[in-house]
Design a protein around this ligand. Sequence first.
Ligand code: AHR
Length: 508
Amino acid sequence: MTPAESTPATITIDPAFTVGPVRRRTFGAFVEHLGRCVYTGIFEPDHPDADEDGFRKDVLELTRELGVSTVRYPGGNFVSGYRWEDGVGPVDQRPVRLDLAWHSTDPNSVGVDEFAKWSAKAGVEPMMAVNLGTRGVQEALDLLEYCNIDGGTALSEKRRANGAATGYGIRMWCLGNEMDGPWQIGHKNAQEYGRLAADTARGMRMIDPGLELVACGSSGPTMPTFGEWERVVLTETYDVVDLVSAHQYFEDSGDLQEHLAAGHKMEAFIRDIVSHIDHVKSVRKSTKQVNISFDEWNVWHMSRGESKVPSGNDWPVAPVLLEDTYTVADAVVVGDLLVTLLRNTDRVLSASLAQLVNVIAPIMTEPGGRSWKQTTFHPFALTSRHASGTVLQLAVESPLVSGGTTADFAALSAVATYDAAKGEAVVFAVNRSAAGALTLDAAVGGLGNVRVIEALTYSNKDPYWQATADDSSSVLPAENVTAKADGGHLTAELPAVSWSMIRLAVEA
Ligand code: AHR
């Protein structure tokens, strides 16, 4: 594609071709005891806008506006050294501990009871991780009993004494975190982890067979053990887990076109994981289907100063850590990653944007002060609000682009959802070209008569524009006046480096 010219790209949308349902759990997020995600993020009792439990009301409000479904807790790398018992009971008696994962100090003023309370206020489903780094089966069973048994046992009565009369009914449980990573406290090889995860899962199912359990998959496609890890772990756990996790982060290394390949790379990762799962399924001649929990994904500028962990004698409480400031281009990438997750809704059953507040997050706060939306907030909130019904399988014809080491990927990344009951179809379209616009021509005749209800595009002359506390709203998704539906075709101009959402009313 040459600069400044607009190139045609076509899609065909037909409700007869479907991928699967739009799942609310695709719009999950993640709250870890890391940096200022918990302390001065969701929880800040001294803040003027704190509620009676110490939660920031402004953050609760932004969380609801973001449209988050599930929230994974308490880590992350943090969970692999965590003693959940430290975070329950009278706050003034809770031990202060070193958090080895992030070289910080945790006062334990927030634990599972506070998180459950916060989740209820935010209207999100909690997703809990157990520590399989420094701990094992018994501690996982204890946490499950504490959380989910209504009463009549030692640990459930302890929870009742701590103020929660009934169990939390947490359905989704992660069996550890990134256990393939040498950085993980208690890192294990695939055989060791697979066996421990299977034993833990079997025990947890004895308490509640209906739990949805997630085994650790790989921490990214570049892990040297990727593939073999899934094979060995799933060979041990296939019958007792429902999902295998996937984690992937993307960084702008200075080549914008390469950065815009993120969705293409995620698509390839998902396809590979599916092959590894289905290989084990086939070898075991199993009729059961294990799927994917993509429970950490985002842009994370990992090599920048923001991610430098404290060291030496410095063990701060809630340090400024991983507080990346996002650009419009990063928001386009995040929008594309959501498009990719939706496009794979048949195999990706749950996903978590990592993370929710302050730490590589769409929501930022000042201690004692303001909160604001990063650029990445917008595509997430709009997709969560408007994607509904069924994900449609599209036929896409797109020019190709290349960037850095990634050659020949489609400039147009798109997905469409269709909600017959609502009489609405929504097209989410990303122009991944850094060089030129695309002229989108979508054949929509299969839907019947359509009319554009709303067309929004997020792009900017300077794709590196960033939102700050002082100016978070001068560049927002704006009306795309070029979007028109006529004679069975929807057409729209998609600027270079842009994310768009076009909502169509469909006549019955
Ligand atoms: O989300 C930040 C960190 O990234 C998590 O703690 C860890 O699981 C991953 O490596």
